[in-house]
Write a protein that binds this ligand. Structure first.
Ligand code: SF4
Length: 452
């Protein structure tokens, strides 16, 4: 009999959370790989918005779902952890009821180990809760933790997560560290990992109901933005073969009827001639009617007239541009990804191609160390002039990024010791005077969107 592994996508514990094509892609890649190695894989998704059985444990109405598979999560208000007690906002556990989680675990017969993923560093209370409940349900079963929190805050995860083993290395193309961790507990791949050819597709079919699929056509990013963890998490930028991406998208469409695809790439449009142009042209030739979304921002520099036309014709519906700031000096210091005039040119190309400027979202970073409120206001005004919709993205300080030491130096919070203080809702690298002006910034955003 194949050894069974339980893979858990834990809860989000936060002040706010919204399903913008949120799926545990890394965990599903692990699931696909381990299945090819011969394991029986059972996924328990705490964030399953379609979970049946919630009525038994919760009086909540089904979470409201919106366009293209986005929407709200199940939510239960819970007490704030002590370090966040001073924040005057509601704190919640997003995801299914704890009792349902335990029920799902108990239905799995004779598991050999439990693997838990993690994402944002400040969501670790949800990770710890999942691990503790899994250990109570299956005492003595090894629990292995991986994912972004485990990698970015390894020491904290070792001390605080309650996992038996923390895997802080490896990528979706290299699952060697995870296999080594399993071996420590006497668990070996039935077929051996050498039987696996390339990187198997993420095992979305193990989720209960699919509204959309998340696709990564590449890993890593050639840019080196000082505030971003992409380089640490995926040091090398690699693009998949276009033919393989086309094959995967066609598979999910033909077998599961999926029409909405969210690209998870950090750099979707880079080297477009040998990559995304081939993918999109290939998909158009196959005559499929698909919708594409880019919750991760697109690089404005890469949006030529030709690319804009291709995005429009191939079915891109949700376009998000990584502007971050209109302050070119700040760009030169922090990311070098937007030069003078490039944003306006990208918007012009997109609107010439047929996109309505109101449907183009521009991400604006707020709360960077040393950034003034005035700089954010100037950026908002700049975006308003282009007719696109501004989206404020609060800066979350990340260990192992070039900006980390500066973030520690300017934060009133002990972000080095407590990942809960990385929470972007706190704007941990702004002082109180700046934080008090955030409501006004949000008001300006609403005003611009209404005027669009
Ligand atoms: S371009 Fe985006 S993904 Fe790449 S390093 Fe910068 S912020 Fe990160």
């Amino acid at each position: 009999m194949k050894p069974t592994l339980i893979l858990i996508n834990p809860w989000i514990y936060d002040f706010a959370a919204y399903d913008m094509w949120s799926k545990p892609l890394g965990l599903l890649y692990v699931a696909g790989f381990l299945r090819e190695c011969g394991f029986d894989i059972q996924v328990v998704d705490c964030m399953d918005v379609h979970a049946t059985g919630m009525k038994e444990f919760s009086s909540q109405a089904h979470p409201v779902r919106r366009l293209y598979g986005t929407g709200k999560f199940w939510r239960k208000e819970i007490p704030k952890p002590a370090p966040l007690a001073h924040i005057n906002r509601t704190y919640s556990r997003y995801g299914i009821a704890k009792q349902l989680f335990i029920q799902k675990l108990l239905k799995i017969e004779d598991p050999s180990a439990i693997l838990v993923t993690s994402l944002m560093t400040y969501w670790y209370p949800g990770v710890r809760e999942a691990i503790n409940l899994a250990k109570e349900t299956y005492p003595g079963l090894p629990v292995i933790l991986g994912g972004a929190y485990a990698r970015l805050c390894k020491e904290h995860a070792v001390m605080s997560s309650c996992a038996d083993c923390v895997v802080s290395e490896g990528t979706i193309h290299d699952q060697g560290p995870l296999l080594e961790a399993l071996k420590q507990f006497g668990i070996y791949a039935p077929k051996g990992c050498h039987s696996v050819d390339g990187t198997p597709w993420p095992a979305f079919d193990l989720l209960r109901k699919l509204d959309y699929i998340c696709i990564a056509t590449s890993t890593g990013c050639p840019y080196r933005c000082h505030y971003c963890g992409s380089r640490f998490l995926n040091p090398t930028f690699t693009q998949r073969k276009p033919s393989e991406v086309i094959e995967e998208i066609r598979y999910w469409n033909e077998k599961f009827g999926i029409k909405d695809f969210a690209f998870y790439d950090d750099a979707l449009l880079v080297d477009s001639g040998s990559h995304i142009k081939i993918v999109l042209n290939g998909l158009m030739e196959s005559g499929l009617s698909l919708r594409f979304h880019t919750p991760n921002a697109l690089h404005v520099r890469e949006i030529s007239q030709e690319i804009a036309g291709l995005l429009y014709r191939s079915g891109f519906r949700t376009i998000r541009l990584g502007l971050e700031t209109a302050d070119i000096g700040l760009h030169n210091d922090l990311d070098r990804k937007v030069s003078d005039g490039e944003f306006e040119r990208a918007v012009r190309n997109l609107t010439n191609a047929g996109f309505d400027s109101r449907d183009i979202g521009s991400y604006i970073l707020m709360g960077l160390p040393g950034q003034s409120v005035e700089s954010v206001v100037n950026t908002l005004n700049f975006v308003a002039d282009t007719g696109t919709s501004p989206y404020l993205a609060e800066y979350s300080p990340l260990p192992h990024t070039p900006l980390w030491q500066k973030a520690i130096a300017c934060s009133n919070y002990d972000i080095a010791a407590e990942p809960l203080f990385h929470n972007n809702s706190l704007l941990p690298c702004w002082d109180e005077e700046k934080r008090l002006q955030v409501q006004e910034l949000k008001r300006i955003v609403r005003e611009i969107r209404t005027a669009c």
